[in-house]
Design a protein around this ligand. Structure first.
Ligand code: TMP
Length: 214
């Protein structure tokens, strides 16, 4: 059985990545592929329980270091129970956020040393690095306006200040620049269809689709 492909979607708040992850999953299924659409923090029963701890409550409920440990605990469960079995079964896995969110939110945004995050990543993610990471890039005010418009501003991370979100964007762009073999920056401005078109051309260029029997 050929191992499936692992694609992660990353970006700041209101970047539209979750909608686009859903659209890509549908499009790949229409090509005959088995696709698992999942998310972080979450994607397994244990990781969804941890999600409730990290996304709810006061902005300062957890220190960034505690937060990154919770994120990697959730990620470990998600990998063990959901992602690795799906890849081994030959399914394509699309994950809405993954380890780059820890690098951006807890590292760039929260000040946890990137060297510590890399250490956790080597132990938890190990060889199961994403084949491709799409980083949705949008001016911070635009993203927060979109998130605010959806009434989503009540989550802990969205309630953090503008400077925090600027650091996030900077870190995501920096990750994209430092890992061109894995990451592609997607311009998230414009209509949903515009962005879906950019996503699809990026997928086609980066990951050749297998011949699938109808
Ligand atoms: P979501 O809003 O995209 O569902 O993600 C939930 C929040 O969790 C989001 O504000 C970003 C945050 N997050 C981190 O801070 N670190 C991480 O490693 C992950 C996966 C998410």
């Amino acid at each position: 059985m050929t191992r499936g492909r692992f694609i992660t979607f990353e970006g700041g708040e209101g970047s539209g990545k979750s909608t686009q992850a859903g659209r890509l999953a549908e499009r790949l299924r229409a090509q005959g592929l088995e696709v698992l659409l999942t998310r972080e923090p979450g994607g397994s029963a244990g990781a969804e329980a941890i999600r409730q701890l990290v996304v709810n409550g006061e902005g300062e409920r957890w220190s960034p270091l505690t937060e990154v440990l919770l994120m990697f605990a959730a990620r470990n469960d998600h990998l063990e129970r959901t992602i690795r079995p799906a890849l081994a079964a030959g399914h394509w896995v699309i994950c809405d956020r993954f380890a780059d969110s820890s690098r951006a939110y807890q590292g760039g945004g929260g000040g946890v040393p990137q060297s510590f995050i890399e250490q956790l990543d080597r132990t938890v993610v190990d060889d199961d690095q994403p084949d491709l990471t799409l980083i949705f890039d949008l001016p911070v005010e635009e993203g927060l306006e979109r998130a605010f418009g959806r009434g989503l501003f009540e989550t802990r991370f969205e309630s953090k200040g503008l400077a925090f979100h600027e650091r996030l964007r900077h870190t995501f762009r920096d990750i994209a620049a430092r890992h061109p073999e894995r990451c592609r920056l997607i311009d998230a401005r414009g209509t949903e269809d515009d962005v879906a078109g950019r996503v699809w051309s990026t997928i086609e260029a980066a990951l050749p689709l297998p011949e699938v029997q109808a």
